[in-house]
Design a protein around this ligand. Sequence first.
Ligand code: ATP
Ligand code: MG
Ligand code: MG
Length: 379
Amino acid sequence: MTTVGILGGGQLARMLALAGAPLGLRFLVMDQAADACAAQFVPMLKADYTDEAALAEFASRVDVVTFDFENVPAQSAQWLAGKVPVFPSPRALAVAQDRLAEKSLFNDLGIATPRFSAVASRPDLDRALSEIGAPCILKTRRLGYDGKGQFRLASSDDADAAWEALGGQAETVGLILEGFVAFQRELSVVAVRARDGSFRAWPLTQNWHAKGILSASLAPADASPALIDQALSHARAVADELDYVGVFALELFERDGELLANEMAPRVHNSGHWTIEGAECSQFENHLRAVLGLPLGSCDARGRACMLNWVGELPDARAALAVAGVHWHDYGKSPREGRKVGHATAVAENARGLESQLIALGQALGREKQVSGVVAALG
Ligand code: ATP
Ligand code: MG
Ligand code: MG
């Protein structure tokens, strides 16, 4: 009996456990929150990620450790790696946790990014602003997610307000100023690399955000073979350089046919949730296969899929399930503004079928606006 330890007990851990059950796997999650949603059906060790006694107990009860949450302190991951195999490696985690380190790595590998500069102080913000120009975004280097820890500057007049909002974090988590990219669309590569270095990627996914939070994903995205090749080779270069093991996502902006890398997520990713029903092997199953040293499954799509995120509260499941081809995921979380509480995935044989499903789903749930971008992209 193999037990997989997961640091973080949110919906990603929950979906990993769901994918692992048919493989005969057991799970143990570690989380700081008593109400972590994976704990509804997975044993949980509730403890601080820096609590050494808890980490020792966790390590003693599992065969391998992986992450649902990328902001686990790198020292804790490193400490665990001395006791039990940890995938992805603490080094990969450390790079992906830090926007400055990940963007520098991308540039070193010849992958274009938005312009960026580390910001250490208020005068340094002025220096970075003159270097990068407005519009731009001040972001925390670490700990940000779902657009949190970001301040958009329309012009240099916003520097004081930006510093007011985030300056207090310059010394704790660090800050980075990034040029604002007027992209045509957002894409992501969700890929998996095995312990033996073999690499597979799911078809390119197109993403829509609302208020900095992922709202919809469409896969496979419509893209030229050249663009797909470029996106996949970027993902592979990053994975090989980090000797990465497991699933990760590379978020990209497409601007005038060029790809700029925004960030990488060292874990299964929201833009890969469509793979549960829309691909031969899901990101969750392939992540488990990778960290356990099992052969990888096929990343081929089964037709065309669209995932819609439910943020804040769940719409009416019954109305959604009445639309053929729609699959429902309720994370068992209590509703709260800005919180991801579930998602739905529509899968069809082709674009036309998916388009009609999405129009029906949008109407059934009163979510016409949320599906509109995807419907337009399919049209
Ligand atoms: P995630 O939940 O994806 O981890 P995050 O908090 O790490 O989000 P980002 O991915 O950096 O934040 O930003 C969230 C969204 O804000 C992006 O998907 C994009 O829509 C927008 N955004 C971020 N950086 C830029 C940029 N430099 N130019 C234009 N838009 C941007
Ligand atoms: Mg992020
Ligand atoms: Mg992001």
